[in-house]
Write a protein that binds this ligand. Structure first.
Ligand code: WQD
Length: 348
């Protein structure tokens, strides 16, 4: 079976790529490398070669907004008599902060890019899609844990593009009930790294997100951690989030593909999280305990766009996909630190 993995050289995509290739799927990665390094592909191959695995991985440098590139991928695979059966679509922009100052760019890449992909899939009769959505669409959480029927009220352009895309799926699916299989996976906070230490999270510039910032403080790239508010209505005043190990998240994508084999057609919106909420102070404490590294911090004002609490009700993923997260917060810290200590400058 051949999978087109858009955004496959990113933090999440690279971990999904390894699992797909280990499972014996042929993988075509399409990535523009605007937010990731081509070295990721070298690391994926190194990991698989070290395991003496036979695999078929093709990488195309391109933008999902370029219809010609998408057409060529689908046509070439048909000519090889190995058409694309399923698309896992991760390519897109994902910084809440950046989307606030550059909304049209987010609407162009995320929404127009996905529209371009859906038109191409339809043209070449590829109707199976796993999509990278986000818990950001829930916005201010009026209740936690959040299930898929939680109010959807995104508070930033990034989240609004994800809602627009999910609405596209809804209209597409209802226009032809018999053909499309779509799982829109709503990620909470993906963190950690592959246990091999060969691939991991390597943000460009100063990390926006907590976990990679902590590992950079631990390795000395950053001096101290700024904690955005200790006056939230939580157990210790710091923000609570749902941190899910990146391998658990990647496994949720393969579980979605397996689910497609058991249904004629579907449109499902599914939370992927650990189902647990941890505060910033709890993350710091666990990281220090697991790694022996001290994380100095300074309390700052709240960050625009933040919410007090966000963590997932994952009962639907368990019931529908038979998927549950297996890795603990301690494993997240150990794997994340293992990646950072082996790659002090990321992919270089
Ligand atoms: C977590 C907690 C911060 C950094 C982000 C994206 C979202 C989604 C998941 C894609 C919060 C606090 C953070 C720091 C801090 N990604 N924090 N100091 O904001 O929950 O969501 O990742 O879909 O789009 O926005 O994650 O890691 O930025 O913040 O105190 O330097 O850590 O206030 O409470 P967030 P985060």
């Amino acid at each position: 079976m051949r999978v087109l993995l858009t955004g496959g050289s990113g933090f999440i995509g690279s971990h999904i790529a390894i699992l797909l290739l280990e499972r014996g799927f042929d993988v075509v990665i399409l990535d523009s490398f605007v937010n990731s390094s081509p070295n990721v592909i070298i690391r994926i191959k190194k990991y698989l070669d070290n395991k003496d695995l036979n695999y078929k991985l093709e990488t195309i440098n391109g933008d999902i907004r370029d219809k010609k590139i998408l057409d060529k991928i689908f046509i070439d695979c048909i000519k090889e008599n190995k058409p694309i059966n399923t698309v896992i679509h991760l390519a897109g922009l994902k910084s809440v902060y950046e989307s606030l100052s550059n909304p049209l760019h987010y609407w162009d890449v995320n929404v127009f890019g996905t529209l371009n992909l859906l038109l191409t899939m339809k043209e070449y009769e590829c109707y199976s899609l796993v999509f990278s959505s986000s818990a950001t669409i829930y916005g201010l959480s009026d209740s936690v844990p959040m299930a898929e029927d939680h109010t959807i009220s995104p508070i930033n352009p990034y989240g609004k593009t994800k809602v627009a895309i999910e609405n596209m799926f809804y209209d597409l699916y209802n226009s032809n009930l018999n053909s499309w299989k779509i799982c829109s996976l709503r990620y909470f906070n993906p963190v950690g790294a592959h246990p091999s230490g060969l691939i991991g999270e390597d943000p460009i510039g100063i990390p926006n997100n907590l976990f990679p910032f902590i590992t950079q403080v631990a390795i000395g790239t950053q001096k101290l951690l700024n904690i955005y508010g200790d006056d939230w209505g939580t157990r210790d005043g710091t923000g609570i989030r749902d941190y899910i190990h990146i391998i658990d998240l990647a496994e949720g994508h393969l579980a979605s593909i397996d689910y497609f084999n058991s249904t004629e057609s579907c449109l499902e919106f599914i939370n992927l999280g650990s189902g647990k909420g941890y505060s910033v102070f709890q993350i710091i404490r666990q990281f220090e305990l697991s790694t022996g590294r001290k994380i100095p911090f300074s309390i700052q004002d709240r960050r625009d766009g933040d919410v007090a609490k966000s963590f997932a009700d994952i009962s639907k993923a368990k019931k529908l996909l038979g998927w549950t997260p297996k890795r603990s917060l301690e494993q997240i810290c150990l794997d994340g630190w293992n990646w950072q200590i082996k790659n002090p400058h990321g992919y270089g």
